[in-house]
Design a protein around this ligand. Structure first.
Ligand code: FEO
Length: 161
């Protein structure tokens, strides 16, 4: 149902989703240190979602009789010059996730692994949502600039995620 090459790509993605969560935890920590708990909450929730994404790969790899293997996780960027920079990097990261999902989908199509093609559909939709949510916040931050009241209101909004 899936070649070793495809199972390895799925396993790499399992690990990449976990490392994405780690990237967002570092962003959350930066926001907490800046006393913006709503921004921090947003990134903590994002990190939890990444763990859920990883678990979807974990379960699917097992369903396909593959073997999940945990890999080393790189140290993420911990320091940012602004919230805007953190969200710009988050958007760039989501675009990288999207390209990785697309690559696995192409591989699955090539080898006619239809269960994998179907499994990845959820991620195709999710990635569109993830990129759009980052873009929306970047748009707001660009308008706010250093206006404290604007930042305060956005922090409140993100705290309700
Ligand atoms: Fe699981 Fe944000 O990509």
């Amino acid at each position: 149902m899936a070649t070793e090459k495809l199972l390895n790509a799925l396993n790499d993605q399992f690990n990449f989703e976990l490392s994405s969560g780690y990237v967002y935890m570092a962003m959350a920590a930066y926001c907490s240190d800046e006393n913006m708990n709503g921004f921090a909450h947003f990134f903590i929730e994002q990190a939890k979602e990444e763990y859920e994404h990883a678990m979807k790969f974990y379960e699917f790899i097992n369903d396909m009789d593959g073997r999940v293997r945990a890999q080393a996780i790189e140290e993420p960027k911990n320091d940012y010059s602004s919230f805007l920079e953190a969200f710009e990097i988050a958007l760039k990261h989501e675009k990288l996730v999207t390209s990785k999902i697309n690559n696995i989908l192409e591989m699955a199509l090539e080898e006619k692994s239809y269960p994998t093609v179907q499994f990845l559909q959820w991620f195709i939709e999710e990635q569109l949502e993830e990129e759009n949510s980052m873009k929306d916040i970047i748009f707001k931050l660009e308008g706010i600039k250093d206006n404290f009241q604007g930042l305060y209101l956005l922090d409140k909004e993100l705290g309700q995620r």
